[in-house]
Design a protein around this ligand. Structure first.
Ligand code: AGP
Length: 593
């Protein structure tokens, strides 16, 4: 997810572009750039934040320009990989948000035709492809070029000597902000609200030609009219797409995040199996991480042990640095959203020092972990602004499912049905999101308590840990995650009317034992909230409150159960008036040991 902008009018474009980009940094902030077209196109870009680039960019004369703030997916953050990208003669200039799945094929074809590429990005094929068809009619050249593109895109294209901007979209958003003798282009509304509140949204496969005084949109070659909307949001509201907090926005992004993460692996044919070449002995899989990523690693243990039937060790990165041993033949995987967590990086350096090949599952292209690792599996959650990790956790689970499936020792028909259900998970998650209201009601009760237990068994034990962490982080309630089977070995002493228990009940071989645990908890007078599959009358009779989630294959239950727990934590913290996105004493990326 990147931010793209464009301007054409009678103002100097440079300050407008920088101001609009600064409003879009929540979409990506690892590098940025602008291009201003005067007699020639001048491009300034670097792996810095928008404000930093603005400071060092000389005055560029011109009332037409485009800009970009990046969230790297292909090619790490650097000056050469930053956008805008140019064709060889520097006549065609493009900014892009999205992923071009067939870029390697297009690159080879264009290179054979004499085009020279300088970056590692997928995007750079676009200005070269447009150049192939450009004879002065930019709209036609862009339209022909896009017929060869597979994947998602929102683009703004300019050509030297051409007083217009051509824009297009497929599966990535782009809007036009209408002004008086000027027009603004952006990925999203926050960018242009300082200038106008009149907005037109392009739809998939639209191609638009924007001049200072006009906007013409075509779809499939035919002219189409798109409605003008009046926006009443503040800039900050708009960055959150109308959600009160980034956390709630990011929770609601999860169906798309699942599609993007799995879609990325499928599109790139990434058989991201457990071990790549070499003589790894599958007998020893070690997964390391911290915080929420550690809970994903623990779910990964259950996934891999069930599907691949090979033992998996999980270690807290911080503890691994004091003990833990590996052998160079171990499959070692580090999970880290930010790719900058000091404990995880220290563990990676130690593993590499001991001759291990280290794979990393990370969400940030170009992060230190991605550079340290021998192999990188990217999640595609996009930038996660809220300190409490939500969508990145689900994306990590998708990576772990995708890691294990190619090695699964299960019956091929079952494998097929699992892959089918994996593709249906976005819909199942949406069903949980649709129950937000009833979960918010339940949270109102929970917000009254100061001590809460979360319990689960099997693959839902780490989910209980994650539910407790989410609540702790943002509501400041003392919440403890615990394996349900461990309650009787101590925690029972703490139960009573003032200590509710949230039970995460899987529809698997742990069901009966969870039922027993719930009865034992009820016998000690603790109120019980159960997260359980639809229509479970037996549990309903037993517990105080039921949060029902769509039934899924047991191995996928962590996905739907976690979303319900994220919403429960969010609304409990909201009920307590907590600063949800930036809780006290925490940081999004913990870069100290
Ligand atoms: C989770 O909500 C927290 N932000 C924290 O526990 C986080 O998961 C942990 O610091 C690990 O971060 P990483 O995934 O970026 O390495």
């Amino acid at each position: 997810m990147c931010g793209i902008v464009g301007y054409i009018g009678d103002k100097q474009a440079q300050p407008v572009l920088f101001n609009c980009l600064a409003r879009l940094e929540y979409r990506g902030y690892d590098s940025c750039g602008i291009a201003v077209a005067g007699s020639e196109v001048k491009v300034f870009k670097d792996a810095v934040r928008v404000k930093a680039l603005e400071k060092v960019t000389p005055k560029l004369a011109g009332t037409l320009g485009i800009g970009h703030t990046r969230w790297a997916t292909h090619g790490e953050p650097s000056r050469v990989n930053a956008h805008p990208h140019l064709d060889c003669p520097g006549k065609i200039c493009v900014v892009h948000n999205g992923i071009i799945n067939n870029y390697q094929k297009l690159r080879q074809k264009l290179a054979r035709a004499g085009h020279h590429f300088v970056s590692e990005t997928d995007t750079e094929v676009l200005p070269h492809l447009v150049e192939e068809y450009y004879d002065g009619n930019l709209e036609m050249a862009v339209s022909r070029a896009l017929q060869e593109v597979e994947g998602s895109y929102a683009i703004v294209v300019l050509a030297v000597g051409n007083r217009e901007l051509v824009i297009a979209r497929r599966d990535s958003p782009i809007i036009v902000g209408l002004g008086d003798r000027e027009n603004y282009i952006a990925s999203d509304v926050p960018a242009i609200l300082d200038y106008t509140s009149r907005v037109v949204y392009l739809e998939d496969n639209d191609i638009g030609v924007v001049t200072a005084n006009s906007l013409q949109i075509k779809n499939g070659g035919a002219e189409v009219a798109r409605k003008e909307h009046k926006i009443s949001w503040t800039v900050e509201d708009a960055q959150k797409a109308g959600y009160e907090y980034f956390m709630l926005k990011e929770i609601h992004e999860q169906p798309k995040v699942i599609r993007d993460t799995i879609g990325g692996y499928v599109a790139e044919g990434e058989a991201v199996g457990l071990a790549d070449s070499g003589d790894f002995d599958l007998g020893d899989v070690l997964i390391l991480a911290s915080g929420t990523s550690y809970h994903a690693a623990l779910v990964g243990k259950y996934i891999i042990e069930e599907l691949v039937r090979t033992p998996v060790r999980t270690e807290l990165a911080s503890e691994f640095n004091y003990c833990g041993c590996t052998s160079p033949r171990s499959v070692t995987i580090v999970v880290t959203q930010s790719g900058e967590t000091a404990d995880a990086l220290k563990a990676m350096k130690r593993l590499k020092g001991e001759g291990c090949r280290v794979s990393v599952i990370t969400n940030v292209v170009g992060s230190t972990a991605s550079r340290l690792a021998d192999r990188v599996i990217y999640t595609r959650a996009g930038p996660e602004i809220s300190v409490a990790a939500t969508k990145s956790f689900l994306a990590q689970l998708m990576a772990l499912y995708w890691l294990a499936l190619p090695y699964s020792k299960i019956d091929i028909r079952r494998l097929d049905s699992l892959i089918t259900e994996l593709r249906q998970l976005p819909g199942k998650v949406q069903q949980v999101l649709d129950r937000e209201g009833s979960i918010a009601e339940c949270a109102k009760q929970l917000a009254k308590f100061d001590n809460i237990f979360f319990v689960g068994r099997g693959i839902n034990y780490p989910v209980a840990l994650e539910g407790a962490l989410k609540l702790k982080e943002i509501s400041y309630i003392h919440a403890e995650g615990c394996a349900a089977g461990e309650l009787k070995h101590g925690p029972f002493a703490l139960l009573g009317k003032e200590v509710p228990v949230v039970a995460v009940v899987g529809n698997d071989n742990t069901y009966e034992a969870m039922l027993t645990s719930i009865k034992e908890v009820k016998a000690r007078h603790s109120p019980v909230i159960a997260i359980v599959g639809n229509g479970d009358g037996e549990i309903e009779e037993l517990v105080n409150t039921v949060i029902s989630v769509p039934k899924v294959e047991p191995i996928f239950s962590p996905v739907v159960n976690t979303v319900a727990l994220q919403l429960l934590a969010y609304y409990t913290a909201k009920e307590r008036g907590c600063p949800i996105d930036f809780p006290r004493n925490l940081a999004k990326s913990v870069t100290v040991e």
